[in-house]
Design a protein around this ligand. Structure first.
Ligand SMILES: N[C@@H](CCC(=O)N[C@@H](CS)C(=O)NCC(=O)O)C(=O)O
Length: 105
């Protein structure tokens, strides 16, 4: 396993709910990241985030790791749930709560 893949895996093991985004929750630097932050604020959930603009290794590494070319990326239990469009869809159809509840404590 490449170094960055091992680093990503360790990061995901440490954080059951991880949002890779542009900017930080208090100041998202992209509308798609901002939308996901707003959606997550509807839920009583703790999550960790990483600003991929300040972590170029992760920015490229995650695209390869999940074979997903864009951010945000919401990851639960080490598995990519999706980006902005998918999170919005799961929120609107009522499935996001279950996904977030499945996070290992
Ligand atoms: N349809 C995507 C929109 C996200 C998107 O297009 N993100 C772009 C612009 S912020 C991106 O991450 N591009 C790759 C990059 O900047 O490394 C979603 O649902 O998340």
């Amino acid at each position: 396993m490449s170094d960055i893949n091992a680093t990503i895996k360790a990061e995901l093991e440490a954080h059951p709910i991880k949002l890779f985004m542009k900017g930080v929750p208090a100041m998202p630097q992209c509308g798609f990241s901002q939308t996901v932050i707003q959606i997550l604020s509807f839920y009583d959930v703790e999550y960790s985030s990483m600003n991929i603009l300040e972590n170029p290794e992760f920015r490229q590494g995650l695209k390869d790791y999940f074979e997903w070319p864009t951010f945000p990326q919401l990851v639960v239990n080490g598995e990519l749930v999706g980006g902005c469009d998918i999170i919005m869809e799961l929120h609107e159809n009522g499935e996001l709560q279950e996904v977030l509840d499945s996070a290992k404590k």
